[in-house]
Design a protein around this ligand. Structure first.
Ligand SMILES: CC(C)(COP(=O)(O)OP(=O)(O)OC[C@H]1O[C@@H](n2cnc3c(N)ncnc32)[C@H](O)[C@@H]1OP(=O)(O)O)[C@@H](O)C(=O)NCCC(=O)NCCS
Length: 168
């Protein structure tokens, strides 16, 4: 049940108004967006924020806003969506502003999101993909207990494919 609260983070559904801050922190940042489709225009970010807000209402999961509890500021986004945009598997994803990397935020958020996926959302497995060169994301997935199961084409490219299964 959202919000998900961790030691340092609050994870909550998108509100369309989040577009302004999320654009500054994540979507306009070429470094953050380098391996995930490139920086977006503000109008694109507005559409994304609206879509994620709607996805959550419709499906009960989506990409969510991640705030640092101490400051109340948005530091990134993380959440679940249909694998490759089409499902049926459910995929974990995350992106943090480059100024916030290396503090364990992706791992901390990912852990809480997996607990929600295997708990309230009742999922048996969660999948993930990451580009070969995205060693930080691979490290996060491994810390979260994902294991690689070959490769899949997703989001327009062939990528290592990872699976996490619900603990007994
Ligand atoms: C990938 C990303 C989410 C990681 O966020 P983060 O909050 O810095 O992640 P964490 O601090 O929880 O963990 C990062 C791990 O990667 C490791 N790492 C970072 N850069 C690395 C590199 N170049 N090579 C190997 N490992 C690396 C860190 O050492 C850390 O592991 P450790 O805790 O064992 O030391 C962040 O870099 C990001 O937002 N990138 C842009 C968007 C993106 O690529 N999203 C994922 C798409 S699949």
């Amino acid at each position: 049940m959202l919000p998900l609260l961790t030691e340092r983070l609050a994870i909550r559904p998108y509100d369309p108004d989040d577009a302004v801050q999320m654009h500054e922190v994540v979507y306009r940042d070429p470094e953050t967006m380098r391996l995930i489709g490139g920086a977006k225009t503000y109008d694109e970010t507005v559409r994304i924020a609206r879509r994620y807000a709607e996805d959550h209402i419709r499906d009960g999961y989506a990409f969510w806003v991640v705030e640092e509890r101490e400051t109340g500021l948005i530091v990134g986004e993380a959440g679940l969506h249909p694998f490759d945009g089409r499902g049926p598997e459910v995929e974990l994803g995350y992106a943090f502003g480059s100024g916030h990397w290396g503090r364990g935020f992706a791992t901390e958020a990912g852990r809480a999101i997996l607990a929600e996926a295997f708990g309230d959302l009742g999922l048996e497995r969660v999948v993930a993909v990451t580009r070969d060169e995205n060693l930080a994301s691979r490290a996060v997935l491994e810390k979260l207990g994902f294991t690689q199961e070959g490769r899949r084409t997703a989001w327009g490219c062939d990528q290592p494919f990872f699976v996490a299964v619900r603990p007994d």
